[in-house]
Ligand binder design. Structure first.
Ligand SMILES: C=C(O[C@@H]1C=C(C(=O)O)C=C[C@H]1O)C(=O)O
Length: 468
């Protein structure tokens, strides 16, 4: 059972935040962190459904080092396509934190943290299903559960103190909500059923691959990543809770995430880290080049060896390594890249994988890395600007947040972003799932189609859809 937090804990600091709000005539953040008894992250997420539907977020890293679950929006941060969205979010966040008052435990992964992400391409034409999302969208949770690598749990409460508000009343409301939240930990979920699964224009997509391959053969560019979409229809609104549960059980080696915005939820289980920053240490990943898993250990090893020596895949992979190395070099004192890729094996597929490490230059935030890295040639192509034009012209859809950075950042510029592949959008009575693959001069449309079919599997299983 969760220990109920004492009502008086932190109240003096909270009053101090109010004094600052009056003194500076502006909103002041009060952020309080308290250790609590362990709670299952999904139970906490579900408990937030009744009170905070449309305002929840979930993050669990692939190393089991950190889970962050946010419920309720204390504040949202958005940016539009006209400005540099990474800088805009960073500036809004830094300004917002001025005069903030902190109380309780201080450690990475607790306290004021915003969770969210960016669209793949702000210049892509808008599509109705993504209308709730702006090109940069972050939430500061009212209540955030943190589970660290040892399984210890912490609850962060973020409250905005405004001039004119009454401290005692707000404090009482926050405490009451918190208690209500913890009494809902056993809430039961009723979920929608699948009506049908539709592959959106698969033949057109294969033709597009053939057409782009011809352009690649003329050496107009080296690589383009092209994605396609599957639409799953339900008899009601699909709950993100059940999708997360399935993803967590099936994909333990992936980043599991969700981001609710009003009645939409972007959700997925991606194996691909874009970048992690913990103080000065930087970690990024090159992930490109794919082959299916085998049915036996022998077959699986044989396929893995095939991939490790396949020229087409090694070339696709090397383009990603080159770009990530050069993007990080600009912002790091030192960068280390292994000379050869290894294999990353996940449930449905194996990839070529090169982890990249660095030491951050002084004064650089995780969002600076995100700006420099996105989109890597694992999701865009080479050269980037030409590949992005081809994606805009040929893909025939808006990727929204698919294949884009999703993650979290704290007040010190630490954080982690994954590349949101193996993902989908729950909106209205539908789920829109996305998968893509790197196309080079010797790509074959049918094999690329098969590769994307494999990449759809985790999300299809999680939402319950089926294709032939
Ligand atoms: C584009 C996707 O995956 C990316 C493309 C890969 C490839 O082309 O081999 C492998 C991993 C990812 O970087 C996706 O899963 O949708």
């Amino acid at each position: 059972m969760v220990r109920i937090i004492q009502q008086s804990h932190g109240y003096a600091a909270f009053e101090h935040a109010f004094e600052k709000a009056y003194q500076f005539k502006r909103d002041v953040l009060f952020s309080m962190v308290i250790p609590i008894d362990p709670v299952d992250p999904l139970q906490f997420y579900e408990a937030g459904y009744q009170m905070f539907q449309g305002e929840r977020s979930f993050w669990q890293d692939r190393d089991g080092e950190l889970a962050l679950i946010g419920v309720g929006n204390a504040q949202t941060f958005t940016s539009n396509p006209l400005n540099d969205r990474f800088t805009t979010i960073q500036q809004q966040w830094s300004q917002f934190l001025e005069h903030a008052v902190y109380f309780g435990v201080q450690k990475i992964g607790t306290g004021p943290i915003i969770m969210g992400g960016f669209s793949f391409d702000p210049r892509q034409e808008a599509e109705l299903e993504w209308s709730n999302f702006s090109d940069g969208y972050f939430q500061l949770p009212s209540y955030m559960l943190t589970i660290d690598q040892y399984g210890a749990a912490f609850l962060t409460t973020n409250i905005i103190c405004s001039e004119g508000d009454h401290a005692k009343t707000i404090w009482a409301r926050i405490q009451a909500n918190k208690e209500l939240l913890f009494t809902r930990l056993q809430d039961h979920i009723k979920d929608a059923n699948v009506v049908q699964t539709i592959e959106v224009n698969p033949e057109r997509w294969k033709n597009t691959i053939g057409f782009v391959v011809k352009r690649l053969q003329k050496e107009e560019m080296e690589k383009v990543v092209l994605a396609r979409k599957i639409k799953v229809e339900f008899d009601g609104k699909k709950r993100s809770d059940t999708v997360l549960e399935r993803l967590r059980d099936d994909q333990p080696d992936s980043f599991i995430f969700s981001l609710e915005v009003l009645d939409s939820c972007f959700i997925g289980a991606t194996p691909e880290r874009l970048v992690k920053k913990e103080n000065e240490s930087i970690l990024s990943t090159c992930l490109a080049g794919s082959i299916q898993r085998g049915n036996t250990t022998e077959e699986d090893n044989r396929l893995g060896q095939l991939l490790l020596h396949d020229e087409k895949n090694l070339h696709e992979h090397q383009l990603v390594v080159n770009m990530i190395k050069s993007s990080l070099t600009d912002l790091c004192e030192v960068v280390h890249v292994p000379s050869q890729p290894a294999l990353m094996k996940i449930r449905d597929i194996q990839h070529l994988y090169t982890p990249v490490k660095g030491i951050a230059s002084k004064g650089i935030s995780i969002l600076d890395y995100v700006r420099n890295l996105h989109p890597t040639p694992a999701l865009g192509g080479t050269p980037t600007h030409l590949a992005m034009d081809v994606i805009r012209e040929e893909e025939g859809m808006n990727r929204g947040f698919y294949a884009a950075p999703v993650g979290w950042l704290d007040a010190q510029g630490n954080g982690e972003f994954a590349v949101a592949i193996r993902s989908g959008l729950l909106h209205d009575h539908h789920a829109y799932l996305y998968a893509g693959c790197g196309v080079v001069a010797d790509s074959d449309p049918e094999s690329e189609y098969q590769e994307t079919t494999i990449k759809f599997r985790p999300m299809l299983r999680a939402v319950g859809g089926t294709i032939k």
